[in-house]
Design a protein around this ligand. Structure first.
Ligand code: NAI
Length: 464
């Protein structure tokens, strides 16, 4: 039996970052992780492998659609799915090994196995119980099931996001259930590789919660890329037979029942906290009515010395939100003032073009009752974007009409996931749109479009 200042359960972005920060602050730290490699969902079966496939499929798409326009003549490269899978696996491996290196560097013990909280300060892994002054629950999330849809990742016909990363071959047809982030990222991967992708979504718009202008433009762009959308449709069931799937859905407008067949069905209707077998009930840790670990504003559960962060608690299920909470919780545990600004957490969808947002949507800003102004700039007016064949899309900044303070920003366009951070920093500093507009931006960059949107909120954009 060993004794620690902090045992973190789960080595995803929330857990491993929490452990490193705690170790940097001088605490003796261990992380319990049952997977064969560190990094959790994000590194192993989420953000990182999907980004590898998005990159590879984007390159293929560019070769097929834009190379000739630039004088790069020749045949379309053939897809070797096995090699592409190998590239993805190698990308994952270098990252998970990187976390192992960071653990060694920071003298963090990796306790291999699945942890059970036996009570305050006690974590059982296998036959051994480890003592800790503090415990941080960072166990992440798992795909939510949908009634009538039986996922079998091994069979590879009805799969979730994990199964969709390791399909035996590129399917000819795919139905994606849910037009959220996972459905659209992975749907894009296969559409670019030649799969006929149909996305079935319950709501009347894709990407719930996003700014309405972005939703419309994004759907238009993805439709141009070959994805088919069936909106306002509730999936009732998906069944597999002889390697083929049948999806049954009901159109909300007239309640009519429809069916569609596909080689593969991807279930992407959300995720839920992964807390199975953790012993929370016996340990007396309270949950919210949505099944998340209940915490206060310092990531403390109701049981003294037990903290929780990341997808296991409320808030957006994003790796970087979990990381921020991990750092803040470690600081609180070490007696410092940890803080997360939940108003400035960017969200990015890594399709092409990328979609990125931070802060309030136009509708949400108006709902607060304040006077709101909107500055928009199309990438068609941005020289760099046009050279990249990415003139579709725009930057939209929402500001308070009275104070000019930036309240939110929504971008669909090239490098959106990188550009959003300039607005995040501006918002952290309580900047006005004029502050962004008066900041010199290098030319030619796609970031100039952010400045132009800010200019549109004042004296007017230049290149429109
Ligand atoms: P989501 O919550 O983003 O979207 C699920 C969609 O499924 C919703 O639009 C919902 O209306 C729809 N839906 C639910 N039931 C349905 C039914 N019976 N029939 C048709 N449609 C139905 O969930 P998703 O895409 O599974 O992602 C889960 C989490 O993972 C999210 O919190 C997301 O933010 C996170 N994630 C983030 C990524 C990123 O930041 N790039 C990448 C991947 C995941």
């Amino acid at each position: 039996m060993s004794s620690y200042d902090l045992i973190v359960i789960g080595a995803g972005p929330g857990g491993y970052v929490c452990a490193i920060r705690a170790a940097q602050l001088g605490l003796k730290v261990a992380v319990v992780e049952g997977r064969a490699t560190l990094g959790g969902t994000c590194l192993n079966v989420g953000c990182i492998p999907s980004k590898a496939l998005l990159h590879a499929s984007h390159m293929y798409h560019e070769a097929g659609h834009n190379f000739e326009k630039m004088g790069l003549m020749g045949e379309l490269p053939a897809i070797d799915w096995t090699v592409m899978q190998g590239y993805k696996a190698e990308t994952v491996e270098t990252n998970t090994k990187g976390i192992e290196f960071l653990f060694k560097k920071n003298k963090i013990d990796w306790i291999k196995g699945w942890g059970v909280i036996e009570g305050p300060g006690k974590v059982k892994v296998g036959d051994e119980t480890h003592d800790a002054k503090n415990i941080a629950i960072a166990t992440g999330s798992e795909p939510s099931p949908l009634k009538g849809v039986e996922v079998d990742n091994d069979a590879g016909v009805i799969v979730d996001s994990t199964g969709a990363l390791v399909l035996a071959k590129i399917p000819e047809t795919m139905v994606v259930i849910g037009a959220g982030v996972i459905g659209l990222e992975l749907g894009s991967v296969y559409a670019r590789l030649g799969t006929k992708v149909t996305v079935i979504e319950y709501l009347d718009a894709i990407t719930p919660g996003m700014d309405a202008d972005i939703q419309k433009q994004f759907q238009r762009t993805l439709t141009k890329q070959g994805l088919t959308f069936v909106l306002g449709a509730a999936v009732q069931s998906a069944t597999a037979k002889d390697g083929q799937a049948t999806v049954t859905y009901k159109l909300r407008k007239d309640d009519s029942e429809q069916q569609v067949e596909a080689d593969v069905v991807l279930l992407a209707t959300g995720r839920r906290p992964f807390l199975n077998g953790l012993g929370l009930e016996a340990a007396g840790v309270a949950l919210t009515d949505r099944g998340q670990v209940a915490i206060d504003d310092h990531w403390r559960t109701n049981v003294p010395g037990i903290y929780a962060i990341g997808d296991a608690v409320a808030g957006p299920m994003l790796a970087h939100k979990a990381e921020d909470e991990g750092i803040a919780a470690a600081e609180v545990i070490a007696g410092k003032a940890g803080h997360v600004n939940y108003d400035v957490i960017p969200g990015v969808i890594y399709t092409s073009p990328e979609v990125a947002s931070v802060g309030l949507t136009e509708a949400a800003a108006k709902e607060t009752g304040r006077k709101v102004k909107v500055g928009k700039f199309p990438f068609m007016g941005n020289a760099r974007a046009k050279a990249l064949f990415q003139g579709d899309g725009f930057v939209k900044i929402i500001a308070d009409a009275d104070t000019d303070r930036v309240l939110g920003c929504h971008i669909i366009g090239p490098n959106a996931g990188e550009m959003i951070h300039e607005v995040c920093v501006a918002m952290e500093f309580g900047a006005s749109a004029e502050d962004i507009a008066m900041t010199c931006h290098a030319h030619p960059t796609t970031s100039e479009a952010v400045r132009e949107a800010a200019l549109a909120l004042g004296g007017g954009a230049i290149h429109v």
